[in-house]
Design a protein around this ligand. Structure first.
Ligand SMILES: O=C(O)CCC(=O)C(=O)O
Length: 305
């Protein structure tokens, strides 16, 4: 069982029972990581990225957020100011997308998320040449916010069937700051696979891409566990397209902006989902980076992507 401070881990405001919590196990990097991914539905790797480079990425993002008035001084602490000038400077979805694209394509961010260290891990995983999506899902989650329960498949299934997600924290994420969780063994659940296999959120927008059942109810119904960890700079979590995951609520009392980025990797020989490839990826509905909730001011309500 995890050592949590009372009420630190909540989803949609509901406390996750201690009995439903467990720790992500670190992968055995000297073993067969493809087998571990297939057996467990995830690979938790500590210290893949260079922590100094991750910290540089963190500061790069924070300074961009500070530029639009969203970070308190001193910026390096990463606390939300509770105000924003982002919409004044970037009034339209298009403008907001352009801003978020420039943050997401920052040199220090890309050095981490697309750098040689993670590429090496992916080559070890696939045992053949690999490539990554050009598009990246950089997230800045303020207190009170969380990512909903979902599998990734319906959001990105027009290319390789061997696609994996790599989620990298870009700041220290303690249990109170809204860490990512995975539901244990969920990659083997036939009902979830059946519900989402072949679903494409852009082709069928009226059908939800996320899981509507409450995460706590689903975990209990499946006698599963919420697997999570305190994430350090350099860690990453790799998982497949049918692993059920989400994030806990960011309950940081100090107002920490939880920074992370999810990127996608696949064998280079496979076709790539065109929405997320190329120099200016169209992403969902052709909105580019404007499709991400992170493109909107931190002071505005959350959305699903
Ligand atoms: O960072 C988050 O809150 C969500 C990340 C996620 O859903 C993903 O990596 O697929």
């Amino acid at each position: 069982m995890m050592q949590t401070s009372k009420h630190s881990l909540t989803v949609n405001g509901a406390v996750v029972p201690e009995s439903s919590l467990d720790e992500l196990r670190s992968a055995d990097v000297n073993g067969d990581i493809a087998q571990q991914l297939s057996d467990n539905g995830y690979l938790f790797l500590r210290g893949v990225h260079d922590p100094v480079e991750v910290d540089a990425a963190r500061l790069e993002v924070l300074h961009r957020l500070a530029e639009v008035g969203e970070v308190k001084d001193p910026v390096k602490c990463g606390l939300a100011s509770g105000t924003s000038r982002r919409r004044e400077t970037y009034p339209t979805t298009d403008d907001l997308g352009t801003f978020w694209r420039s943050v997401s394509e920052g040199k220090a961010v890309r050095r981490v998320i697309n750098g040689p260290r993670i590429m090496r891990v992916m080559s070890q995983l696939f045992q053949e040449p690999v490539q990554h999506f050009a598009f990246a899902w950089l997230r800045a989650m303020t207190a009170g916010r969380a990512s909903p329960l979902h599998v990734d498949h319906p959001y990105m299934n027009r290319g390789s069937k061997r696609l994996v997600t790599c989620w990298s924290p870009l700041c220290l994420i303690s249990l109170t700051d809204g860490p990512l969780y995975i539901l244990k063994d969920s990659h083997k659940w036939p009902d979830i696979r059946q519900q989402f296999d072949g679903h494409d959120v852009d082709r069928e927008p009226s059908r939800p891409g996320h899981i509507e059942e409450s995460p706590i109810t689903l975990a209990q119904r499946k006698t599963s566990k919420f697997l999570t960890a305190e994430f350090n700079l350099g860690d990453c979590l790799i998982f497949g397209m049918f692993t059920v995951h989400g994030s806990f609520d960011n309950n940081s009392s100090a107002g920490l902006i939880r920074l992370s980025c999810d990127t996608r990797f696949q064998p280079a020989a496979d076709p790539m989902d065109e929405r997320f490839a190329g120099p200016n990826p169209p992403a969902h509905n052709g909105l580019g980076y404007g499709c991400l909730s992170a493109s909107r001011p931190l002071t505005e309500a959350s959305a699903l992507r």
